[in-house]
Structures are given as structure tokens and as C-alpha cells.
Design a protein around this ligand. Sequence first.
Ligand SMILES: NC(=O)c1ccc[n+]([C@@H]2O[C@H](COP(=O)([O-])OP(=O)(O)OC[C@H]3O[C@@H](n4cnc5c(N)ncnc54)[C@H](OP(=O)(O)O)[C@@H]3O)[C@@H](O)[C@H]2O)c1
Length: 241
Amino acid sequence: MTLTGQRIVVIGGSSGMGLATAHAAAAAGAVVTIASSSKERIDAALAELPDSCDAAALDVRDEAAVSGLFARVGELDHVVFTAGDRADRRTLEELPLDEARRIFDVRFWGAVAVAKHAAPRIRPGGSITLTSGTVGVRPVQGAALAAAGSAATEGLVRGLAVDLAPVRVNAVRSGAVRTPLWDAVPEPQRAAVLDDFARRALTKTVGKPQQIATAHLYLMENRFTTGTVLTVDGGLILTGN
Ligand SMILES: NC(=O)c1ccc[n+]([C@@H]2O[C@H](COP(=O)([O-])OP(=O)(O)OC[C@H]3O[C@@H](n4cnc5c(N)ncnc54)[C@H](OP(=O)(O)O)[C@@H]3O)[C@@H](O)[C@H]2O)c1
């Protein structure tokens, strides 16, 4: 199956792995809409994408906005969800529970809202691809809530694959990938953290956004995949901390 002429929405498509996926899908002939919350980031991303792409400013925490986007898009073939806000680096002891709950708002509840409103409009053979991380199966120190969020997303994928069939639902479980997400970590810690991920990976590298995009294209194109979590991590989960 080819993506030529297919209608694809990338939520989180203004940056990092989502933007790489928008580029790759457009290059494969798809008609791509990117969405994320910041108008500036959306405009900057759209300026570097082919003219066939369009964009919408959308906060996935706003269910009415998510519903409105898919009503405007109409019938579509695939949704890729890579939206993720900056990680809260406070320890559990420092974090009031009300704020801890918000860690799930974009990555988990945003994905639920997108699946809910996209699924009824997805054409036969189409798919939804969510995002989890190796942190869910091999947490680093201080990442208990991130691990829980990632594991919850993988459970959601399996449940939705059953509930929404024949719409296919999968996830890419990403290892450390060099994207603007890491800009929140100041240098020189950022370089040290990424170097350490590279040292522990079997490939001795951190990932590139394009390597996640390749996985997204595979999950969109292969109509025999659903309920699957595809790990793309340079072998990180096989190694010790
Ligand atoms: N990079 C890694 O090493 C890594 C590893 C494992 C898992 N992950 C996960 O993979 C996902 C993508 O990461 P990335 O590295 O590509 O990050 P990124 O470059 O920071 O991109 C994140 C995207 O999410 C959008 N976003 C943030 N909050 C949003 C909201 N409320 N509503 C809609 N869109 C929103 C951002 O745009 P706006 O700012 O415009 O909203 C941006 O387009 C994240 O969930 C991340 O946790 C990343």
C-alpha cells in the first residue's frame, strides 16, 4: 500500500518526530495536516513543508478544539500523535498531586481525545499511531510518572485496537531522539544526558527524528499491524541503566 493521495493528520507535527513524519509522508505523496498548540511553531513548520501541507493551531487538552479539527478535516486515512509538552522535572516529593495529574493531560488524555474524534472519520485500512517511550519499560531515576504515562499509552493502544477495529491502532515506543524537546534541558547537562543515552544504546547513538518517521510510515502502510508497540530505541531497553 502506498501513501499517495492519503489524508494524514500529525498532531504534534510542528516539531521533532512529528515534523519529520510530516516531511516523510508529504514526500511519499500524502496530503498532510500538522497541528500543535503554538501558532508561531505551526507557521514556522508549515513554511518548511511542501505546499500540499496545511496546518491548524490546536491544544489537545481542549476536546472541543480537537472535535472541531476533525470535523473540518472530514474523512481521512491516518493520524499520528506525537504531541508532548515539556516534562516536569520535580521529584514526586516536590510535586502536589493536582499538578502531578496534569502530566497525563497532553500525552495521554490528548491522545484519547484525538482517537475519539478521529476514529469515526478514518477510511478502511486507516490507522492511529500514538507515542510512548522506553521510559515506560526501563525507567530512569525520578521518572515514575513519565513511566506510568508511557505504559498507560501502550495499554490504550491495545484497548483501542480492539474497540476501534477495523481502524488500526499502534504506537511507536521511542528511545532518546535528538529533538527540540531536549531544549528545555540547559547545556552542558543536555549534551551529557544525550551522550549517556548514546553510550548505553547498542547502536551507540541517539535517534534522529527521521528514524521515528520511518517507523510511522511503516505502521501507516502495513495493513496487517494493529495493537502493536514498535520499539525504535537503538537497543536501549536491552541494556542496563
Ligand atoms: N525526543 C525524545 O527523546 C523522546 C523519547 C521518548 C518519547 N518521546 C515523546 O515523543 C513525543 C514527541 O517528542 P519530540 O521529541 O518530537 O518533541 P518536540 O519536538 O518537543 O515536539 C512536541 C510537539 O508536541 C506539540 N505539543 C505540545 N503541547 C501540545 C498541546 N497541548 N497540544 C498540541 N500539541 C502540543 C508541540 O508543539 P506546540 O509547542 O506548538 O504545542 C510539538 O509540535 C513526546 O510525547 C515525547 O515525550 C520523545
